[in-house]
Design a protein. Structure first.
Ligand code: HXC
Length: 508
């Protein structure tokens, strides 16, 4: 019996070594942890239960029959994060560069299927070179099965992809279909084809960082939702993110204990808006002062900074925040900001996370650059996303709400449940000067000045909208958290029936 038990331990030890000491050392030298070290850090201590540790590939081409490594380049299983069950797979770069074979794919598929049955999140830790080249179509077929499951799980269980090494091919397509992608700075890359292939096909010489580093995907392409300095920070932040997310689309958001009173007032908010309406202020200050204990997990902080998206809690329960940022481009809505916010709003709605929207928007960004880039379609995405929401929507206009952007930003007309304005709000078709120059074209400077004053007095306030009931109440800035908390409690059982249809036709 002892021999049998020892043999099991030996086989386990062999599997735990992955691609061997030398490759593990190389992994560490690059500043990366191994697949197993990452799992240890990410999950609650001792909670990991592994599946398929002894699975090997079945390929006999290109000498592969001589190189079988137990586990086949991916560590899979389940465990807990602060007591809540999650499923995960962690690609092992030390084994064939973490590349995906037929059997490697089957391990991932098993985790995806089990997570769907148990209705728990799936987290993929990626450090892999795509399809295993030696396996050809067997690997491509494996990816197809993974992709299909990504899509079936979308909107049912949260799916998070963490990019922790050079990732190519299927190892970027699968993440692209999940809810969130996070990267590690300087050690992780995402590209459909790597720098060598780029050189061969287009003659372009480009480094991995320039082609698909965190600096590219968090700021330029918007493919990644955030980046962290190293593996350790990244994994600890992923634990924090999991704490905000529901387990599935029917579970409701998690409730955590908080010492922060829901009716806390904040007098400093009464002076947040500068006297000069053209002066910027930081909308994140408002978010941080409204959420429990100032704890805010920002999504896509480095991309389209003119809009802020992220998760916070009120009375211990997760809320999605969307806010125009007057510090960047005066908070204008452009294509990137619209796409970023639309995706976030749709995630929240799919997973029944209430949304609080802070509005200070001078309108949509004019110009050929935006129009040629499809601003009409991209802006429509955000309008569509809000209009489609069935989750509680609470909107607070802090200052400007001009033009179509007023409608888009969770106005009463597209489904806002509670629409509040601060006394500093200005709700109009456009700013006073622009408006008067159009309706009094050719007027003398004195006439223009007089009409501008009149327009400002009449329209640049919250009261015209409040007189019509488009704004439910004009509230004191210091009471914003209390009003939102009461509103969310009142809306806790919101239920909206939508007409039966196969699916909508979002302007993608
Ligand atoms: C088999 C692979 C591999 C792969 C890497 N390796 N990628 N083995 N299939 N796809 C192996 C290498 O042979 C090497 O083995 C080890 O992993 C480490 O790779 P290196 O190249 O030494 O590492 P590095 O210099 O860091 O470069 C990493 C890399 C590069 C950028 C990922 O390996 C690369 O470009 N790989 C190919 C990427 C690719 O084109 N994949 C196919 C995509 S098509 P040894 O034994 O030397 O340690 C695809 C289709 C899916 O995925 C469908 C999409 C819709």
């Amino acid at each position: 019996m002892k021999d049998i038990l020892d043999r099991l331990e030996e086989r386990r030890a062999e599997a735990r070594l992955g691609g061997g000491e030398k490759r593990i050392e190389a992994q560490h030298k690059r500043g990366k942890l191994t697949a197993r070290e990452r799992i240890e850090l990410f999950l609650d201590k001792g909670s990991f239960e592994e599946f398929d540790m002894f699975v090997e590939h079945r390929s006999n081409d290109f000498g592969m029959e001589k190189t079988k490594i137990p586990g086949d380049g991916v560590v899979t299983g389940w465990g807990t994060v602060n007591g809540r069950t999650v499923y995960l797979f962690s690609k092992d770069f030390t084994v064939f560069g973490g590349s995906l074979s037929e059997t490697h794919a089957q391990k991932i598929i098993k985790v995806q299927d089990m997570a769907m049955k148990a209705r728990c999140p799936v987290i993929g830790l990626f450090d892999a070179g795509g399809a295993r080249i030696q396996e050809g179509v067997a690997a491509l077929g494996g990816y197809g099965e993974v992709f299909k499951r990504n899509v079936l799980a979308s909107g049912v269980i949260p799916q998070i992809s963490v990019i922790m090494g050079p990732c190519a091919g299927g190892d970027v397509y699968s993440p692209a279909m999940t809810d969130f992608i996070f990267m590690v700075r300087d050690t992780s890359y995402m590209f459909v084809t790597g720098p060598d292939v780029v050189k061969t096909v287009t003659n372009e010489v480009v480094t991995a960082e320039e082609l698909g580093g965190a600096s590219v995907h968090t700021a330029k392409s918007g493919v990644a939702d955030g980046a962290f300095e190293n593996d350790v920070e990244c994994l600890l932040q992923m634990r924090r993110l999991i704490d905000f997310l529901p387990s599935n689309n029917e579970s409701g958001v998690p409730q955590w204990p908080t010492l922060d009173a829901a009716d806390r007032l904040d007098d400093s908010l009464d002076t947040l808006i500068p006297d000069n309406p053209n002066k910027p202020y930081d909308i994140k200050e408002l978010i941080l002062k409204v959420v429990d204990e100032g704890d805010f997990f920002e999504i896509s902080a480095g991309y389209a900074k003119n809009i802020v998206t992220g998760f916070g809690r009120i009375a211990g329960k997760t809320v999605g925040f969307v806010a125009n940022q007057p510090m960047v481009l005066a908070g204008v809505l452009d294509s990137d900001a619209s796409r970023k916010a639309a995706r976030f709003v749709r995630f929240c709605d799919a997973f029944n996370i209430p949304i609080v929207t802070f509005v200070d928007v001078p309108g949509f960004l004019p110009g050929t650059d935006q129009e040629y880039g499809g601003l009409i379609k991209h802006g429509a995405k955000l309008l569509f996303a809000y209009s489609q929401c069935t989750v509680p929507l609470i909107t607070v206009i802090t200052r400007k709400a001009f033009g179509g952007a007023y409608d888009v930003m969770a106005s009463k007309h597209v489904g806002g449940d509670l629409n509040y304005a601060w006394p500093t709000a200005q709700i109009a078709v456009m700013g006073a000067k622009g408006a008067v120059e159009i309706i009094f074209r050719g007027g003398t400077p004195d006439e223009i000045a007089a009409q501008t004053k009149q327009y400002e007095d009449r329209f640049l306030s919250p009261f015209v909208a409040a007189e019509r009931g488009y704004i439910d109440d004009v509230i004191m800035p210091h009471s914003t958290r209390r009003r939102i908390a009461r509103g969310l409690a009142m809306l806790a059982n919101k239920h909206v029936e939508v007409p039966r249809r196969k699916h909508d036709n979002l302007p993608v």
